[in-house]
Write a protein that binds this ligand. Sequence first.
Ligand code: GDP
Ligand code: MG
Length: 196
Amino acid sequence: MTRIVETILVSSTGRLDSLPEPTHPEVAFAGRSNVGKSSLLNALSGRKGLFKVSATPGRTRTIVHVEARLSTDACLYLVDLPGYGYAKVSKDAKDAWADFMHEYLKCRTTLHLVVILVDVRRGPEQEELQLISFLQDNGTPVLMVATKLDRVRNSQQKAVLDRLQQETGIPVMGTSAKDKKGIDRLMSTVIKRCGF
Ligand SMILES: Nc1nc2c(ncn2[C@@H]2O[C@H](COP(=O)(O)OP(=O)(O)O)[C@@H](O)[C@H]2O)c(=O)[nH]1
Ligand SMILES: [Mg+2]
């Protein structure tokens, strides 16, 4: 199986005019804070501390580009988008976040896939549904990943994932960074979507 053999943190920026050159196909990961995005990206990369995991949500407003070199020698960018959904953030700050994200999603010609993470027990809310419809209007391929699958009993998992797929109308995959479940499958999908 193709896997990631090397990762390099290339950039972390809050400004669209200082994103790295679009030299590789890229896959961006979006999700509300605490959904398990950093944990999932670490599991995909096979590196524990590359993306910072925290029990208390941070408030960084940056787009992080990690270059991942595959065992086939091809390279792609894994992109960590800023988390959203803090209850305490003002409407202005939320709008600024949305504008920043939308501009990135519109301008990035090498973007091959956006993965929207939702907590498997929580499902999509307003922000996720809006993002899905924005991406569909924009013609950007989108995939939903239900995180923390270990929190749902084995016997229930398929039904929960099927329901999420019906609710959103987009493909859904389940993962657990804790049990490393669904990680290889997601990695294969990411690689395929990048055209490798
Ligand atoms: N049970 C369980 N907890 C997880 C999983 N992934 C992340 N977490 C926990 O969820 C919290 C937030 O994780 P983090 O990766 O920092 O989320 P982020 O804010 O979306 O980047 C941390 O306490 C993690 O340990 C998972 O697959 N299963
Ligand atoms: Mg994080």
